[in-house]
Design a protein around this ligand. Structure first.
Ligand code: ZN
Length: 190
């Protein structure tokens, strides 16, 4: 007589033959409230255009321009029910910082010959000889640093961090000044 297996005994026999050993249980994932969290923004409205010159670098020592775009990461502790920082606030702050550079001539103060109420006189030696530019002050962004993409990234990261709430630990900024050219800077709280 053929032996007919009941459902239970069939599955026992099947498991005995085919079932894999039970894996060890993974440790439970605990979402620690103290763990810092990273948020990131990338937005078309955060791109900006600027003109500059770098007298120390032959190719860049004439006045020329770039269109820059930004990636911003913010790391901090969650507060107020689970936010590091409101995306709206971060975007607003980033736009404020970027608008101080947008469509301006970026000039290191060492090339400022003189300035009065309404205008800035700029002078430097560059490609082809001497340059002298007089421009309205409102169209010039004067900095203590040479306007390399590295220094611009650092300026943006620090300026954003200075305007962030105290729970934010650091701001990382990646700036692109054209196809395939990036600089990254991280500003951290002391
Ligand atoms: Zn350039």
């Amino acid at each position: 007589m053929r032996k007919v297996l009941g459902l239970n005994s069939f599955s026992e026999a099947f498991n005995a033959k085919y079932a894999r050993p039970t894996p060890r249980e993974s440790p439970a994932i605990v979402n620690s409230p103290a763990a810092p969290v990273k948020i990131r923004i990338q937005d078309q409205s955060l791109s900006f255009d600027y003109a500059h010159f770098l007298p120390e670098i032959e190719k860049c020592s004439t006045i020329h321009g770039h269109t820059a775009s930004l990636n911003i990461e913010v790391v901090g502790d969650k507060v107020g029910g689970g936010l590091v920082v409101d995306f709206g606030l971060l975007k607003r702050v980033a736009r404020e910082v970027v608008s101080s550079l947008d469509h301006r001539i970026l000039v290191c103060d060492r090339y400022v010959e003189s300035r009065d109420e309404g205008s800035v006189s700029i002078r430097f030696k560059g490609r082809g000889g001497d340059y002298r530019i007089v421009a309205p002050s409102s169209q010039v962004f004067i900095s203590s640093f040479e306007s390399t993409i590295e220094n611009i990234a650092e300026f943006i990261a620090e300026s954003i961090l200075n305007r962030m709430p105290a729970n934010v630990k650091y701001v990382r900024v990646e700036v692109s000044e054209g196809i395939g050219k990036f600089a990254e800077s991280v500003a951290t709280r002391e």
